[in-house]
Design a protein around this ligand. Structure first.
Ligand code: NAP
Length: 278
């Protein structure tokens, strides 16, 4: 029978572990603080920011909220980040993406001190991941490794295929699977005969951003399939990049949408904040 990987349950376990860690730090007089910056009023971003603040409150991390107007200039945002970088009482800085068009995202991510870059997007942390040094790791792919490990799925020696090569999911995912001794192939929009490659995968991670693109013709019998995508279908229900109904019967294990990868991202953000670099 196909194992449905329960991201809700696993993310809750991680949040409980983080809560215990934060309490232990508090007992020693150490308070972890996350600064969350949102620029503009994008409704989806507001929901994400609110969920992050709620998670902080749950695990006992202090959150500082900066809700900046849409017309905030790049210089003003960089000045705030500079100030937060200097503050001894701030452990993590998170800038909610996307930013308004007049602000250069790369410039902003580069301005966050790598020691406070709890999203793991700074080139220094990306570089550390690729050469096997410690540092913050992008939360969604780090959460996928936790999902696999805590579901008893071994990575070592497995054929791992990552569909998608974005900087926040696909590429760090590939580096993490490699770190776990998987044999990793990355596919993207220019890959020839994608299905021939994905059908070799023991573990297939799908992060293409295309609703229900992956059906059973992409999947080897008995594979583990991890679906990173989040979309709304025509009936306004949440769905992923994988056609769950058609793929699940062919898998050993699969993540659903919702309730798979999604809840892991915030749990891993909390873990990053609690561990901190200080
Ligand atoms: P993205 O930046 O749009 O990247 C998509 C990647 O998929 C690109 O590398 C693209 O190739 C590749 N691709 C597109 N169509 C393809 C096809 N037909 N065959 C093979 N490769 C194809 O997306 P992302 O930021 O990685 O996000 C992917 C999905 O995950 C989205 O649905 C997003 O909403 C979701 N997401 C969820 C979470 C979470 O917490 N659960 C977090 C982040 C993202 P090229 O590079 O050649 O263009």
């Amino acid at each position: 029978m196909t194992q449905i990987i329960d991201g809700k349950k696993i993310s809750q376990e991680i949040k409980e572990e983080v809560k215990a860690k934060v309490e232990a730090l508090q007992a020693k007089g150490i308070v972890r603080t996350l600064a969350v910056i949102q620029v503009g009023n994008d409704p989806a971003s507001a929901v994400y920011v609110n969920n992050k603040k709620k998670a902080c409150a749950y695990v006992g991390i202090r959150s500082l909220s900066y809700e900046l107007a849409e017309e905030t200039t790049q210089e003003e945002l960089l000045a705030l980040i500079g100030e937060l970088n200097q503050r001894e009482d701030v452990d993590g800085i998170l800038v909610q993406l996307p930013l308004p068009k007049h602000i250069d995202e790369d410039r902003v991510l580069l301005a966050i001190s790598p020691e406070k870059d709890v999203d793991g997007f700074h080139p220094m942390n990306v570089g550390n991941l690729s050469i096997g040094r410690p540092g913050y790791v992008s939360c969604t792919p780090a959460g996928i490794i936790e999902l696999l490990k805590r579901s008893g799925i071994a990575i070592e020696g497995k054929e791992c295929v990552v569909l998608g090569r974005s900087n926040i999911v696909g590429k760090p995912m590939a580096m993490l699977l490699l770190r776990e001794n998987g044999t990793v192939t990355v596919c993207h929009s220019r890959t020839k005969d994608v299905k021939e490659i994905t059908r070799r995968a023991d573990i297939l991670v799908v992060a293409v951003g295309k609703p229900m693109l992956v059906d059973e013709t992409y999947v080897k019998e008995g594979a583990v399939v991890i679906d990173v995508g989040i979309h709304r279908d025509a009936a306004n229900r949440l769905c992923g990049d994988v056609n769950f109904e058609r793929v699940a019967p062919h898998c050993t294990a699969i993540t659903p949408v919702p309730g798979g990868v999604g809840p892991m991202t915030i749990a891993m953000l909390m873990k990053n904040c609690a561990e901190g670099c200080r």
